[in-house]
Design a binder for this molecule. Structure first.
Ligand SMILES: Cc1ncc(COP(=O)(O)O)c(C=O)c1O
Length: 383
C-alpha cells in the first residue's frame, strides 16, 4: 500500500533522539532547532517522561471517558499550578485542530452566536471550523467554506474596533495566536491583545487564545498572551503539551458553564496521554524551563541580530523567526545537508526556530556557528 503523498519530505529517517539531538538510520547526528514542529518541549525522550509513560503502560493505557480517570484531575491540578490559571476548567482532546474546533464550538454554544473574527496569516488547524478560521484558502475544502468568519488584518486595532461596531452583537469569538507560527513568527502586540479583551468584554464575545504552538512555556511565559497582562476566555493547547505524545486540550474560564453532550471525545484524556502530559509539566517545573526558554531566546535573538545577511529577527523565547534574502535562499537546505541542523520554515522566506525549551547555551552556539558558516559558504559560491 502506498502512503498518501501529502508532504514534501527530507530524505532522512530519524531512528533515535535525545534532548536536542536526533540520529538517522546511518547514525548521523543532527541538532534539532525545529523540535519536530514545536512539539518537543522538554527534550526528546526525556528520562522522566519515558519512565512515567512506561509505568502507566504497565498499569492501563486506555479506558473511555465513561469512568473516573483520576490522572486527568492530577493533570488539571498540575496545569493550574504551572500555568497560573487556577480557576479555569480543562477539557482534554488529541490535537491542536481538535482543541480549536472545540474552543470555537464552545464559544458558539456559550453565546448562541455564529460569527468568528480571525486574522491575516493565522493558522488554526485543518478540521472544519479550525481551517475555516485559517487564512489560507488553498487548504480550505469547498465544504469548509463559510460566511461566518470575518478576517481582519493582524495587529490592527482600528479594524477590530470598526468590525465590533458593525457586527458586535453577532460575534461569538475572536481567535488569535499570541505569536503566529505558520504565518511566519509575527508577535501580537500588547495593544492588540488588550483591545480584543476589552471588545469581547463589551460585546459578550469569547476571546480564544490559540496557544497550540506559542503556548506551554515556549515564549518565556506559560501562554504567549500572558505577556500582555490579559486573561483569555479559552486557551487551546497541544504541541508542547505531550512532548510528542499526542494530546491537546482547552482551558476554559469559569464563567463558561459545561453541559453534558456539549463536547466529547473517545481518546481525549486517556491514561497514557495524561501520564505523558503530567511528566512534561513536572519537568518544566523541575528544570525551570520557562525561564530557561526566555533566557536562551534572548541570547539567540541578540546573537542573530548581529549576523550579517539575515533580516528582521523577531519572536519571543524559543519561538524565533528571521527573513532570508533571495540570494541566500538555499540557507535552510544547507543547514540541514551540510551542517546537520534541522530548522523550520514559513513561506515564502522565513526560517523558524522552535527548539526544545531545554536547549543548552552550547547547543545554541553550535547552531549560530553552523548558521554563520552556511551564510559564508553560500556567499562564496555566489562570488
Ligand atoms: C497555532 C496552531 N494552531 C493549531 C494547529 C493545529 O495543530 P494540529 O496539527 O495538532 O492539529 C497548529 C499546527 O501547526 C498551530 O500552529
Amino acid at each position: 500500500m502506498k502512503l498518501f503523498d501529502v508532504y514534501p519530505l527530507n530524505n532522512i529517517a530519524i531512528t533515535r533522539a535525545l534532548g536536542s539531538y536526533v540520529w538517522d538510520d546511518h547514525g548521523v547526528q543532527y541538532l534539532d532547532m525545529y523540535g519536530g514542529h514545536a512539539v518537543i518541549s522538554i527534550g526528546h525522550t526525556h528520562p522522566h517522561w519515558v519512565k512515567r509513560i512506561e509505568e502507566q503502560l504497565e498499569k492501563i493505557a486506555f479506558y473511555s471517558n465513561s469512568v473516573l480517570i483520576p490522572i486527568q484531575q492530577q493533570l488539571a491540578d498540575k496545569l493550574a499550578q504551572v500555568s497560573g490559571k487556577e480557576d479555569y476548567q480543562l477539557f482534554l482532546c488529541n490535537s491542536g485542530a481538535e482543541a480549536n474546533e472545540n474552543a470555537l464550538k464552545l464559544a458558539s454554544f456559550h453565546t448562541g452566536r455564529k460569527k468568528i473574527v480571525a486574522f491575516s496569516k493565522s493558522f488554526h488547524g485543518r478540521t472544519s471550523l479550525a481551517v475555516a478560521v485559517t487564512d489560507n484558502p488553498s487548504i480550505v475544502a469547498p465544504v469548509n467554506e463559510t460566511e461566518h468568519v470575518i478576517f481582519l488584518p493582524f495587529n490592527d486595532v482600528d479594524a477590530l474596533n470598526t468590525c465590533f461596531q458593525k457586527e458586535g452583537d453577532h460575534i461569538a469569538a475572536v481567535i488569535t495566536e499570541g505569536i503566529q507560527g505558520v504565518g511566519g513568527i509575527n508577535v501580537a502586540s500588547d495593544a492588540f491583545l488588550k483591545a480584543i479583551r476589552s471588545l469581547c468584554d463589551e460585546h459578550g464575545a469569547v476571546f480564544i487564545a490559540d496557544s497550540v504552538q506559542c503556548g506551554y512555556g515556549r515564549s518565556g511565559h506559560f501562554f504567549a498572551h500572558d505577556a500582555a497582562g490579559i486573561q483569555a476566555d479559552i486557551y487551546s493547547m497541544a504541541k508542547g503539551m505531550g512532548n510528542g505524545f499526542p494530546i491537546g486540550g482547552i482551558l476554559i474560564a469559569p464563567h463558561i458553564k459545561p453541559k453534558h453532550g456539549m463536547l466529547g471525545t473517545t481518546f481525549g484524556g486517556n491514561h497514557l496521554a495524561c501520564a505523558a502530559a503530567l511528566a512534561v509539566l513536572e519537568v518544566i517545573e523541575q528544570e525551570n524551563l520557562i525561564s530557561m526558554a526566555k533566557q536562551r531566546g534572548m541570547y539567540l535573538m541578540n546573537q542573530l541580530k548581529s549576523i550579517e545577511g539575515i533580516e528582521h529577527v523577531r519572536g519571543k523565547g524559543l519561538m524565533i523567526g528571521f527573513d532570508v534574502p533571495e540570494h541566500l535562499k538555499g540557507l535552510k537546505k544547507k543547514l540541514l545537508t551540510d551542517h546537520n541542523v534541522f530548522t523550520g520554515e514559513a513561506k515564502p522566506n522565513v526560517i523558524r526556530l522552535l527548539p526544545s525549551l531545554a536547549l543548552s547555551r552550547k547547543q545554541a552556539d553550535e547552531f549560530l556557528d553552523a548558521l554563520k558558516e552556511s551564510i559564508q559558504e553560500l556567499l562564496q559560491n555566489e562570488g
